[in-house]
Design a protein around this ligand. Structure first.
Ligand code: BES
Ligand code: MN
Ligand code: ZN
Length: 489
């Protein structure tokens, strides 16, 4: 998809559709006023008639107005002006894009307002690109048709380009997560990662079964044993700063299908478990953006890829695994597999010279119970590092909320037979007990865990984004890295 600045007037724009923003109270934004004048005050009359309200993400379409070159004029509700942030702009652009994309369009011009901050512009451009891309990969008749070109009113070329890269990388992650487990399994994911790395100035290293065995990744390997698919560990590197500069590690859970293993899931809970590699796909999408934007930071992305199945060699309840770090873990539920995979990958990150770590995982249903489907959970051993992440999330309008890591919770993963066990005492606080296990493998480095079990995959569409994979947290990760690269002030 191309993204360019709209240089002509709105009325004269060479586009199939022109999208203008309308607010909840004062209604017409500056570009909406310009369009309103060109069409003889029709928007004003529609607002008076309460057909257009300015409520967030409300879309209204007008056809064939002679004062405007574009066939279609679309208004989108921006909500109250006072609460207009990057997230609101992202959703408004997405909602308009999703509505328009029900039919094939060439060029769509967006003019939500003329005073958007740079951060809101790149969120808006990304929102438009995400909004017009659907999950219907296998349908003969697509429900959504991505635009060929987006024109953006009054945007600096650098923000538009950043928005374009972000939108493309969020869609890259969404596509990878939406692809079923028949197509995306550890080996094929690693293939996608290697190809992508080559195209985006990154280097990729893939650990196969033999290497994982040589590295004694006993926890990850145990999870993989029940599957006919071999596991992989993918390491993607972006060298954006000098060799002595600190390195950020992004670690992703890549369970390409989670059947639960012998602690098998009920069918209803299993049907969307192709999404259980969303952590890894989020890391890969963010690495792609970091490479394309050439951010001046050293970042390494590590993705632990396995399929959790029930084959004859599957790991069993009561098994005691020796993780790469040497710690022993008693398995009391084979469906608590993500933390086992991450235990080894975090150890690889930590022992490989990372200076700080973020991990992402569709780790626990408990996190979804705690925070709902739209909010990612943050758990940390370093408040400053966690705050940096929260600030970055807020700047791009993604919702995160921190859960506590009180020392009391450490007791809940104590085992009678091994150093630790892979589930807590009963189901309470399940998001936190999972994080407590991860914490054992980060070697005391500043670390924040992001549980994306809620937001990574939606059962039903939002006005601004189709159902299925959301690409949640890709933009936040890129924003964290962008901020790390800014000269200290
Ligand atoms: N992949 C699941 C978590 C999940 C749930 C992701 C819902 C996306 C949506 C994870 O591996 C899992 O099964 N967790 C168990 C842990 C339990 C056995 C301690 C859970 O949440 O029930
Ligand atoms: Mn599981
Ligand atoms: Zn899982």
């Amino acid at each position: 998809m191309e993204v360019r600045t709209l240089t002509s007037s709105l009325a004269g724009a060479q586009a199939d559709a022109v999208v203008v923003g309308v607010y909840a109270e004062e209604k017409l934004s500056a570009p909406a006023r310009e369009v309103d004048e060109a069409i003889g005050g029709l928007l004003t009359r529609l607002i008076e008639a309460k057909e257009i309200s300015g409520k967030g993400n409300e879309v209204f379409t007008l056809w064939g107005q002679s004062g405007v070159k574009a066939k279609q004029i679309v208004t989108v509700g921006m909500g109250p002006r006072a609460s207009r942030d990057a997230g609101a702009v992202h959703r408004a652009a997405g909602a308009a894009a999703r509505a328009i994309s029900s039919k094939a369009r060439g060029t769509v011009a967006f003019a939500l307002d003329d005073d958007l901050e740079a951060a809101a512009i790149d969120s808006g451009v990304a929102g438009a690109m995400v909004g017009c891309q659907g999950q219907d990969l296998f349908r003969a008749e697509r429900r959504q048709h991505p635009f060929q070109e987006i024109l953006w009113w009054k945007g600096e070329a650098t923000s538009l380009e950043r928005g374009r890269v972000l939108g493309e990388c969020v869609n890259f992650t969404r596509r990878l997560v939406n692809q079923p487990a028949q197509d995306i399994y550890p080996e094929s994911f690693a293939q996608v990662a290697s190809e992508m790395a080559g195209q985006c100035g990154l280097t990729a290293e893939v650990w196969d079964l033999a290497r994982l065995e040589a590295e004694r990744c006993g926890a990850l390997l145990a999870v993989a044993r029940g599957s006919a698919r071999e596991p992989r560990l993918v390491i993607v590197r972006h060298q954006g700063a000098s060799e002595v500069a600190p390195t950020l590690a992004l670690v992703g859970k890549g369970v390409t299908f989670d059947s639960g293993g012998l602690s098998i899931k009920p069918s209803d809970s299993m049907k969307t478990m192709k999404c259980d590699m969303a952590g890894a796909a989020t890391v890969l999408g963010a690495m792609r953006a970091i490479g394309l934007l050439k951010l001046p930071v050293n970042v390494v992305g590590l993705m632990g890829l396995v399929e959790n199945m029930t084959g004859p060699a599957a790991y069993k309840l009561g098994d005691v695994l020796t993780a790469r770090s040497g710690k022993t873990i008693e398995v009391l539920n084979t469906d608590a597999e993500g933390r086992l995979v991450l235990a080894d990958v975090l150890d690889v990150a930590q022992s490989g010279g990372a200076d700080r770590i973020i991990d992402l995982a569709t780790l626990t249903g408990a996190c979804v119970v705690a925070l709902g489907t739209e909010v990612a959970g943050l758990m940390t051993n370093d408040q400053t590092w966690c705050d940096q992440l929260s600030t970055a999330a807020a700047a791009c309008g993604e919702s995160v909320w921190q859960l506590p890591m009180f020392a009391e919770y450490d007791e809940l993963i104590q085992s009678e037979v091994a150093d630790i066990k892979n589930i807590g005492q009963g189901r309470w606080g399940g998001a936190i007990t999972a994080a407590k296990l991860l914490e054992q493998f980060v070697g005391g480095l500043p670390w924040t865990h992001i549980d994306i079990a809620g937001p990574a995959f939606r059962d039903s569409a939002k006005p601004w984004c189709d159902a299925g994979a959301s690409g949640a947290m890709v933009r936040t990760l890129v924003e964290v890295v962008r901020r790390l690269g800014e000269p200290a002030s």
